[in-house]
Design a protein around this ligand. Sequence first.
Ligand code: SAH
Length: 342
Amino acid sequence: MEQKMNIKDYDIQDLEHYFTEKKLPKFRASQVFEWIYKDAAHFCEMTNLPKQVIEELDKDFYIARHKIVELQHSKNDNTRKYLFELSDSSTVECVLMEYTYGKTACISTQVGCKMACTFCASAIGGFIRNLSCGEMLEEVMAISRDVKDRISNIVLMGMGEPFDNYEEIIKFLKLVNSSKGLNVGMRHITLSTSGIVPKIYDFADEQLQCTLAISLHASDDATRNALMPVNKKYNIGKLMEACKYYINKTNRRITYEYALIKDINDSADAADKLARLLRGQLCHVNLIPMNTVEGKGFEKSTKQAVAKFRDVLEKQGIEVTVRRELGSEIDAACGQLRRRVQ
Ligand code: SAH
């Protein structure tokens, strides 16, 4: 018997194709699509479909629903951290953050990660597999179901490297953005990459309106090589060229993420190098106080070092914010919850 497919991996065109092959009316596609986004759990709930169509769908598809295996809720700031079990029993993490403008879901794009950044917990168990677009969609839907509210913003900043799962990411972005789907505005979505250069060019050419964030974390190659192995393949120079191409092509601002690690990348000199690197670019720097991961030997920078770093950037005209720390008491840093549970 053929394996059943997760129907959440199908967009309207895929469903139309399916119904055409089955010699069933094509308009069933948009009916089914709407039911998926109304969060139907079973095909028999799709009450405007004839019995024969429901039986066909039941034979060929399942409707993926992630199981919550662990949920940590921070009472201080209402951050929720989920560990979800997927249909093959792999687990991924997601975080829900509440801001005044709405609810933001931080979702994972892979089970594990290949990038092996030295300060991050996601790659500790190695790489297992890519998530499909429907599995990523269901991360958003599962959170929305749990909090009984709409998710207005999405950040692809959970486990995994989005640009190492490029095709599914592009399909996911189009699905969540679809007006008949979750209808999350592209401008309310942020994709974060460790800097896989060729994919930055491809992504620029897609001309999507979503925000691109680059995990920079260092302003010289020696430091970045030590923190992020990807830099040995695509160094800061190549990365900056790709970023400039992206900005020119899309006219969109890039967010640079910079996790401040005590005595590693947080000196005034490092800030000065960063300012020189980014000067004149349409960009924004997000300083993140490093989240300590047990056994990694990195510490977060002192408040004074963060303030000084910020000051150096601001004085050179670089737009900068210090990210508010959410969920610091609930293992909310990338890969930490999964690691603890496993
Ligand atoms: N692979 C992508 C997206 C996932 S990580 C990327 O690298 O951008 C999301 C962000 O969290 C990245 O900027 C990552 O470098 C950062 N991060 C990982 N571990 C961290 C830690 N312990 N403290 C602070 N930021 C961390």
